[in-house]
Design a protein around this ligand. Structure first.
Ligand code: SAH
Length: 223
C-alpha cells in the first residue's frame, strides 16, 4: 500500500484541471499574457503537499506546513500583474510559504530574493527550487518585516503576509521608481491589497482590492 493519499489522476484529467485553472485566472482578471504564461508553466501541484494536493488546481488558498497558507492562484496572478515586473528586475518577496509565488516570479525577472520566518518552509521551498533548476531564486530564513538590507535597494517588493501599515524598512529598501505590492489591514477580515510607488519626492499609494492574508509577524518563528 502506498502512503500517498492522492487518488490516481489520469493525464487527461490533469490536463483538464490545468485548463480550468487557467480559465479561472482569466475570469478573475489575470489578463497579462506574461503572467498567465508563467503560471501555466509552474505546476502548483508541486507546492502543495499531503491531502490538499488533490485541490492544487482549484482557485483557492490551501493549508501548508507551519500553519501557513499557499495563496489563491488568482490572487498570486493579480499581485504579480500589479507588480509590473520586467526581465531585469531584482525582487524581494516577503513570505516564501510554499515557494509558489517566488517560482512564478522567477520566470519573469532577473533575480528573486525570498524570505520567511519559518526555517522549515524555507528549507522545503529551497529543495523544490533546486529540483526545478530555478537558479535565480535566493532563499533565506529571515524576518522580512526588516526587509533585506544587505541586498537592498530592490526594483520590486512583494509582501504576501498582512501588516497594519507598510513597514518603513521595506519602503526605504525600494528604489526610486520602484513598486511594492502588499496586503495591509488591522484584522483578519478587513485587508486591502495596495500598490506603493516610490517617487523622487515620496510615495504614491493606490488601493487595489480586498484580500485576506495571514499576518506579517515580527521576529523568527521557533521552528
Ligand atoms: N507566498 C506564499 C504564501 C505566503 S503565506 C506562497 O506562494 O505560498 C505567508 C508567509 O509569510 C508565511 O509562510 C509566513 O511564515 C510568512 N511570514 C509572516 N511574517 C513574516 C516575517 N516577518 N518575515 C518573513 N516571513 C513572514
Amino acid at each position: 500500500m502506498s502512503d500517498d493519499p492522492r487518488p490516481e489522476i489520469s493525464p487527461e484529467e490533469l490536463a483538464e484541471r490545468k485548463m480550468r485553472f487557467l480559465f479561472a485566472l482569466r475570469s478573475k482578471g489575470v489578463t497579462d499574457a506574461r503572467v498567465l504564461n508563467a503560471m501555466e508553466k509552474i505546476d502548483r501541484g508541486l507546492f502543495v503537499r499531503g491531502i490538499f494536493s488533490e485541490r492544487a488546481y482549484e482557485d483557492m488558498p490551501l493549508p501548508i506546513a507551519c500553519g501557513q497558507t499557499i495563496s489563491q492562484p488568482s490572487v498570486v496572478g493579480l499581485m504579480t500583474q500589479a507588480l509590473q515586473v520586467g526581465p531585469r528586475d531584482t525582487v524581494l518577496e516577503v513570505g516564501t510559504g510554499s515557494g509558489y509565488q517566488a517560482a512564478v516570479l522567477s520566470l519573469l525577472v532577473r533575480r528573486v530574493y525570498t524570505v520567511d520566518r519559518h526555517r522549515r518552509l524555507v528549507r522545503e521551498a529551497e529543495e523544490l527550487f533546486r529540483a526545478l533548476n530555478m537558479a535565480n531564486i535566493v532563499t533565506l530564513a529571515s524576518d522580512g518585516s526588516r526587509g533585506l538590507p544587505e541586498q537592498a535597494p530592490f526594483d520590486r517588493i512583494l509582501v504576501t503576509a498582512a501588516a497594519e501599515d507598510p513597514p518603513g524598512s521595506l519602503l526605504s529598501q525600494l528604489k526610486i521608481g520602484g513598486i511594492m505590492v502588499l496586503p495591509v489591514g488591522q484584522s483578519d477580515t478587513v485587508q486591502s491589497l495596495i500598490r506603493v510607488k516610490r517617487l523622487e519626492t515620496g510615495f504614491d499609494y493606490e488601493e487595489l482590492r480586498p484580500v485576506r492574508f495571514v499576518p506579517l509577524v515580527e521576529g523568527m518563528a521557533s521552528d
